[in-house]
Write a protein that binds this ligand. Structure first.
Ligand code: AHR
Length: 515
């Protein structure tokens, strides 16, 4: 198995938008309570935030945080989460059959975003507050509450709600730019879910109203909640035809997992994501043409990950008298193969850097997450942490180069013949080259050669691979799986161009750095 990539800086896709390395922090299970916030923990800071989690978030390199959901937002009243804590109500969370204590709300989240953006002693962290991507409730609520929230968050002062924010301790407005208009409103599971026509008309009103308060907001409309949804594409067309010029992003969501032990198809999940992005781009282009518009709507891939939807930790509680606070939910333990797929999904998002201008791995802590908090001791890195952190770091300020790739193929039951190697090359901010690569072979290694312009001085690679791809990091063995130096890298340097070669083991993710 072989592949050859030609790197040519004259042909680029786009600069990487930092927002592509966002995440979702939902009031779900132990993501907020017992995840980022746990005043009882020995690691809690003066505000109750876990410092061990904050440190890993800085290392992970996330940039934006979609908040407070997810399905949760469709029943959420944002006012419950502001003001004196001892006066905040306990509420039923219908999405996850839990009790919401409201101990964390908008102000606490803003505070946490500032802390998570600070650099730590090792210099990790993005060096500016993480960006809030606030979702408004279009399930049980609508125009008036969305407007109240924008006034509360973004008006400097002098009105009832902006003064309320100031009285609650935030003198300066939060200045939230990115807003999601509801969540997965096409999904029958969504509280208040609607038809495409109903949602489109709501979006038209809410988007126009929000812009009347703050013309600088950037608005994300719900696309279909999956590539396979029955209304996929008709939904996007209907919504965009009503609101094209008033919105900035269409949201995409995709989760993948291995079905019936079919590893080959699972490793090729990026093929589906690739087609999904192409299809939504086509819907956007068609709506743009119909609107005769020069405005560009982009994609916000604001939920993506591996998620074992049917596994036991995904089951929500039930029973009229059973509404637990922060139950263990969706706590998937990720294998090495899962992490390879996560790495490939990132490669796929980057290959579409011209259309995908925002994205969020869902979610951040405990709940289908790269960071886990065990019952005892410090938070640790799941296997999926490694490709995300390495990619986010390399892609900061980078440009995606247009791939010229020749590769062997592998056959899959789900997608037929697919490229055995998936890869993307980035010209990094410091002038070096980063090549991200996944070998989708289930058994065979792959010889990968990259032709690079100019005389290469040095090359090195880190690879995520275990001979037993089911190995994971767990509460008992939190550091079992990690990145290893790939010693197979070799360089044939020439004056005009150089060849860098590396052997990629079966079921592996690699980052090759070339200077
Ligand atoms: O991320 C978990 C859930 O998946 C979100 O709440 C919802 O938007 C999606 O269905």
């Amino acid at each position: 198995q072989k592949a050859h990539l030609i790197v040519d800086d004259d042909f680029t896709v786009a600069d990487v938008d930092p927002r592509v390395f966002g995440t979702l922090v939902e009031h779900l299970g132990r993501c907020v309570y017992g995840g980022i916030y746990d005043p009882e923990s020995e690691y809690a800071d003066e505000d109750g935030f876990r410092t061990d989690v904050l440190d890993l978030v800085r290392e992970l390199g996330v940039t934006t945080v979609r908040y407070p959901g997810g399905n949760f937002v469709s029943g959420y009243r944002w006012e419950d989460g502001v003001g004196p804590r001892d006066q905040r109500p306990l509420r039923l969370d219908l999405a996850w059959h839990s009790t919401e204590t409201n101990a964390v709300g908008l102000h606490e989240m803003e505070n946490w975003l500032h802390k998570a953006g600070e650099k730590n002693v090792e210099g990790q962290g993005i060096g500016r507050p993480l960006e809030m991507m606030e979702a408004v409730n279009l399930g049980t609520r609508g125009l008036e509450d969305a407007l109240n929230l924008v006034e509360y968050a973004n008006i400097p002062g002098g009105t009832e709600r902006s003064e309320q924010r100031r009285a609650n301790g935030a003198d300066e407005p939060f200045g939230i730019k990115l807003w999601c208009l509801g969540n997965e409103m096409d999904g029958p599971w969504q509280l208040g879910h609607s038809s495409a026509e109903e949602y489109a008309s709501k979006v038209q009103q809410v988007a126009a109203g929000m812009r009347q308060i703050d013309p600088s907001v950037e608005l994300v409309v719900c696309g279909s909640s999956g590539h396979g949804m029955p209304e996929f594409s008709r939904w996007e067309g209907t919504v965009l035809d009503r609101a094209y010029n008033n919105v900035d992003f269409v949201s995409c969501h995709a989760y993948y997992h291995m079905v019936n032990d079919d590893l080959a198809s699972f490793l090729a999940s990026g093929v589906d994501m690739d087609g999904f992005i192409a299809d939504v781009s086509a819907s956007i282009d068609a709506a743009k043409a119909r609107a005769k518009s020069s405005h560009q709507v982009n994609i916000s891939f604001d939920e993506w990950n591996v998620w074992y939807l049917d596994s036991e930790p995904s089951k929500v509680p039930s029973g009229i008298d059973n509404w637990p606070v922060a139950p263990h939910l969706l706590e998937d333990v990720y294998s090495t193969a899962d992490a390879v797929v996560v790495g490939d999904l990132l490669i796929t998002l980057l290959k579409h850097a011209d259309r995908v201008r925002a994205a969020s791995i869902a979610q951040l802590v405990n709940v289908i997450a790269p960071i886990m908090v065990p019952a005892q001791g410090k938070a640790y890195r799941q296997t999926s942490f490694f490709p995300f952190a390495q990619t986010a770091q390399a892609a900061q300020g980078a440009t995606v180069l247009r791939p010229r790739l020749n590769t062997s193929h592998v056959s899959t039951d789900k997608y037929g013949e697919v490229d055995a190697l998936d890869t993307v090359a980035l010209r990094c901010a410091d002038g070096s080259l980063a090549v991200l690569a996944v070998n989708r072979n289930t058994e065979k290694p792959l010889d990968f050669t990259v032709s690079v312009p100019g005389a290469v001085q040095s090359a090195s690679a880190l690879t995520l691979h275990e001979d037993d791809w089911s190995l994971a990091n767990t509460d008992e063995q939190p550091e079992r799986v990690g990145l290893k130096e790939n010693s197979s890298v070799s360089v044939e340097a020439g004056e005009k161009s150089s060849e860098v070669s590396v052997s990629l083991p079966a079921v592996s993710w690699t980052i090759l750095r070339v200077r």
